[in-house]
Design a protein around this ligand. Structure first.
Ligand SMILES: Nc1nc2c(ncn2[C@@H]2O[C@H](COP(=O)(O)OP(=O)(O)OP(=O)(O)O)[C@@H](O)[C@H]2O)c(=O)[nH]1
Ligand SMILES: [Mg+2]
Length: 196
């Protein structure tokens, strides 16, 4: 592979994490993104499941997203720092029908805040929107949390009913946040260079 191509590939490869309590729907969401279908039966993620998603575009650049779907089971909690060190953005998934989901997010952020920079790209994503009659997490509470933790955006979706485009847009939104952060950094790195 030519060096320029290698560098471009590296530049537009983003490692992102799907994080959240067990059973909130991370794997189902990732499957929907990959295959466009609702997975009727899932198996608990053992540790981490890694998938690659292409065809996500930011400013006409194709982004290759390496998605780390990390188990929400307590017994795998110890793995988190290992993966977190390499991640460039997170989609924090919670189940809109479980009010304790907010506490999970808060606890997680407290436990691992030392691995996250202040401008770390984070999206909060409420899943299982098709079960909105059973909603326990109110939008206003999540809006408040989004501001408290300086998350970029908050969305809700259903892996069962939302269309592929809606799901893809959520991931594109995170890709855009990462792209913007990297661009800012790149510009800062070059701002003191004087060209003769
Ligand atoms: N109704 C409904 N059920 C969903 C949706 N997404 C996931 N589920 C169900 O929720 C359960 C758990 O989904 P998973 O995707 O395995 O959850 P997970 O977050 O990956 O769980 P861990 O791997 O244990 O961390 C499964 O029975 C899914 O079918 C959704 O959008 N709507
Ligand atoms: Mg899973």
């Amino acid at each position: 592979m030519a060096i320029a191509q290698y560098l471009e590939d590296k530049q537009f490869t983003y490692k992102i994490g799907l994080i959240g309590d067990k059973d909130v729907g991370k794997t189902t969401l990732n499957h929907k993104l990959e295959n466009g279908k609702f997975l009727k039966k899932t198996f608990k993620t053992l540790g981490v499941d890694i998938k690659v998603k292409r065809e996500i575009y930011v400013n006409n650049y194709e982004i290759k997203m390496i998605i780390f779907d990390i188990s929400g089971e307590e017994r795998f909690y110890f793995l988190t720092p290992t993966y977190l060190k390499g991640l460039e953005g997170i989609i924090f998934v919670y189940d809109i029908t479980k009010k304790e989901g907010i506490n999970y997010i808060k606890k997680w952020l407290k436990d691992f805040e030392k691995y996250l920079s202040k401008d770390f790209p984070i999206i909060l994503l409420g899943c299982k929107l098709d079960l909105k009659e059973e909603r326990e997490v109110m939008k206003k509470d999540i809006k408040k949390l989004t501001q408290e933790i300086s998350a970029g955006f908050h969305y809700e979706c259903s892996s069962k009913l939302s269309d592929e485009k809606t799901i893809k847009n959520i991931f594109s939104s995170l890709a855009k946040m990462i792209y913007t952060k990297k661009e800012k950094k790149r510009k800062n790195n070059y701002k003191d260079i004087i060209f003769y």
